[in-house]
Design a protein around this ligand. Structure first.
Ligand code: COA
Length: 178
């Protein structure tokens, strides 16, 4: 497996990336996965992909925010049959290296809990916010735990971002080498 920076010319990989995205998030990208991948390839954004046997098996994108010092990670997805083999970790590590070289200090992201997959769902997050964050439990393999394993910290929540009791969980990682 190796990592490449995806470019607009590579329509085979773009189609494969769109298919992985559609399968992972059918409710969001059923009819718009390719448009989403193409958006990730716009100027100044970064999109890197993991390739095995000439097939795209995962990718991660990032968007510059706050000038260039903080970048938003969006999206990250690994093809279902290649999960739990370290591909997501490799993509995150490679992305860090690329963004560090661009002057990024912090990478951040929002990871929605729309399926009651953590203890931050179905509760009033305007009360005891930080205690609830500190005591978060994973109920149904929510990816926040993946991000924690690659060094991200939960830095906040957007209560009810996806409907009552369905928050967005905000994670961030400092990548400065100073
Ligand atoms: C989240 C995702 C990108 C992780 O990629 P991956 O290649 O499977 O991750 P890795 O194999 O590098 O896993 C690294 C560690 O995180 C853990 N992990 C991965 N996904 C996890 C999850 N959903 N819940 C809990 N732990 C998880 C792995 O078990 C592994 O732990 P270990 O080091 O103790 O063995 C992948 O599962 C995926 O594409 N999921 C669907 C899309 C998605 O949720 N994207 C993120 C949206 S914010």
């Amino acid at each position: 497996m190796y990592i490449i920076e995806l470019t607009i010319e590579n329509s085979k990989y773009i189609n494969e990336a769109a298919e992985i995205l559609r399968q992972a998030f059918p409710h969001s990208y059923k009819n718009s996965a390719k448009e989403e991948v193409l958006e990730c390839l716009e100027a100044k954004k970064v999109l890197i992909a993991a390739i095995e046997d000439d097939i795209l098996i995962g990718f991660v994108g990032a968007v510059p925010q706050y000038g260039n010092t903080a970048w938003e990670l969006h999206p990250l997805v690994v093809s279902e049959s290649y999960r739990s083999k370290g591909v997501g970790t490799k993509l995150c590590m490679e992305l860090e290296q690329i963004l560090r070289n661009k002057g990024c200090l912090t990478i951040y992201l929002g990871s929605d809990d729309e399926t009651y997959s953590t203890t931050l769902s179905q509760t009033n997050l305007f009360e005891d916010t930080f205690r609830k964050i500190e005591n978060i439990k994973n109920l149904k393999k929510h990816p926040f735990e993946f991000y924690q394993k690659v060094g991200y910290k939960i830095v906040g929540v957007i209560p009810d971002a996806n409907g009552m009791g369905k928050p967005d969980i905000l994670l961030a990682k400092g990548i400065s080498d100073k």
